[in-house]
Design a binder for this molecule. Structure first.
Ligand code: BG6
Length: 511
């Protein structure tokens, strides 16, 4: 077990601590970090919310979440009570004037007890509509003035379009320095997403072929089996383009397309990523129908169970136009990627939960083999599997054993699970620890967020102005709408359907 890098005394204030994120992600991640001794001994969580609750009730509620979502499984009494003694709850309405004054008092008490000024992480686990008023109250309570000690974490969605994201950035930077703001995108905390950097830049063999001369196109697919679950109200405002593509899929795209960084300094990596977003070709509104597809699931069957369509989900309008599936074709206009299409797609209620990047290489320039040898021949393909069964595979041609020359594609696979022992930390563990260490590499800078909104703006505008006529246009339990097949087929290509092993199917159905 690794010992914590001398972490400073830390207070983590979770604003909106009664919500799902705290229960499902944040506290299980803190519990795992604590159990692995990554956290300072002088560490407390103060959960803040409107709901009346006492410390005991708060702890009990959080324990259920930890039992379900910690990578350690169910807690034992001793481990839990040690951790739980660091958890506190404060009932307050943080949206009203003076709402944070009891919190200021509580933090001051903590300083006295420790005889030291702690670093303070404010985690805003609140809906985007609450951020403005909360920031105003935090500003008034003078909680954020110490630029070196106070960090503020803002969850996605960061705005709902370019204009609102700019306004939010202005609001935040009115009270905080950019270095204090951690805009979180949990995809950046995933091991396999970070591994894209290791794979690309710690190995010499890829860089020479990582460009338009050798790569035909790139596909990024983030497919989900779940529907909108209990998040209908949020999803009605968001849709797949805002919820997934503008952030998670673009982060992956940046890592695939970025230039090699000079160092691993936060701003160096972020500069290289923002360069990619700036290079994405602007989508002309007249071409949106050619390069963008939206879909919405209707009822269907998933793993033998009948599931309702999106419009029948709780808090969803009967005639809703929100997309639960989105696909885009993008180009990165620079020397490396000119005219190489990047196809990205994501959707809910699809066949399986699987996220992967496929890099499709061009065919060999000259084919010396006789026609009979080529029956199953395919160009090389590199697949980076982000989840589940994290790993990388390379498809290449091999001679099929026998007396004749026949080529057959085979896969060379690297599996995280087989290569490395030990548990993989959850994305939120990585990100929470980085916030406490003051490392912003895996967080989005204001300009990145705005650049990402600029890319999708024309699509949002056109989709917002013209209601879809064909929703629902895919059945739950399929790979999405027919129109997405047409989008890529127009270029003489097709989506590379992820391989789903039976193990994965079983694992997922038991989750
Ligand atoms: C969230 C989206 O950011 O990511 C959800 O709001 C989505 O709609 C989730 O289900 C997917 O994350 P993961 O880690 O399960 O791939």
């Amino acid at each position: 077990m690794e010992v914590s890098a001398a972490l400073k005394p830390t207070v983590v204030v979770i604003v909106g601590a009664g919500g799902d994120l705290t229960w499902r992600k944040l506290v299980p991640a803190l519990y795992d970090l604590f159990s692995d001794k990554w956290l300072a001994d002088r560490f407390v969580v103060i959960g803040v919310d409107r709901k009346e609750m006492r410390d005991d009730g708060f702890r009990e509620h959080l324990r259920e979440g930890v039992d379900q979502f910690s990578r350690r499984g169910r807690t034992d009494e001793k481990a839990w009570s040690t951790f739980a003694s660091h958890l506190n709850y404060l009932t307050t309405d943080f949206a009203i004037p003076g709402g944070f004054s009891s919190l200021s008092d509580r933090v001051r008490e903590q300083e006295k007890t420790w005889g030291a000024k702690p670093q303070i992480v404010f985690y805003l686990a609140i809906p985007p509509t609450m951020v403005e008023v909360t920031m105003q109250q935090m500003g008034e309570a003078q909680l954020c003035q110490d630029r070196d000690r106070v960090h503020v974490v803002v969850e996605k969605p960061f705005g709902r379009d370019l204009i609102s994201a700019r306004a939010l950035n202005r609001l935040l930077t009115g009270t905080l320095a950019e270095s204090q703001i951690y805009r979180i995108d949990h995809y950046l905390g995933k091991e396999t997403v970070q591994n894209i950097l290791a794979f690309r830049f710690a190995n010499a063999l890829l860089e020479p072929i990582w460009d338009r001369r050798y790569i035909d196109h790139v596909q990024i697919s983030v497919m989900e089996r779940v529907g909108v679950e209990h998040r209908g109200a949020y999803y009605e405002q968001a849709g797949a383009l805002r919820d997934m593509i503008q952030n998670h899929l673009f982060q992956i795209l940046c890592m695939i397309a970025m230039e090699p960084p000079v160092s691993f300094q936060a701003d160096e990596i972020r500069n290289k990523k923002v360069d990619v977003l700036h290079a994405i070709r602007t989508i002309h509104p007249d071409l949106v129908h050619e390069v963008a597809v939206r879909g919405q699931y209707g009822p269907g069957w998933i793993q033998g169970e009948h599931v309702p369509g999106y419009r029948a989900e709780p808090n969803v309008a009967l005639g809703s136009s929100s997309e639960t599936y989105a696909a885009l074709k993008l180009f990165v206009d620079n020397w490396r990627w000119q005219d190489v299409p990047f196809y990205v797609r994501t959707g809910k209620r699809l066949v399986a939960k699987v996220s992967e990047v496929s890099i499709q290489f061009r065919p060999v320039p000259h084919q010396p083999f006789p026609v009979e040898a080529l029956g199953e021949w395919q160009p090389n393909r590199l697949v980076i599997r982000i989840q589940p069964e994290e790993g990388i595979s390379i498809r290449f041609q091999a001679k099929q054993p026998g007396l004749a020359m026949r080529l057959r594609p085979v896969d060379m696979r690297f599996s995280y699970r087989e290569a490395f022992d030990g548990p993989t930390p959850a994305a939120y563990e990585m990100l929470l620890l980085d916030i406490m260490r003051g490392d912003a590499t895996l967080f989005m800078r204001a300009d990145q967020v705005e650049a990402a909104w600029s890319v999708v703006s024309p699509v949002l505008d056109v989709w917002g102005a013209v209601a879809p006529m064909d929703f629902p246009n895919y059945q739950a339990g399929t790979w999405g709408p027919e129109a997405a097949e047409v989008l890529i087929a127009r270029d003489g290509r097709s989506w590379l359907q992820p391989a789903i092993s039976e193990d994965e199917e079983e694992k997922e159905s038991s989750e």
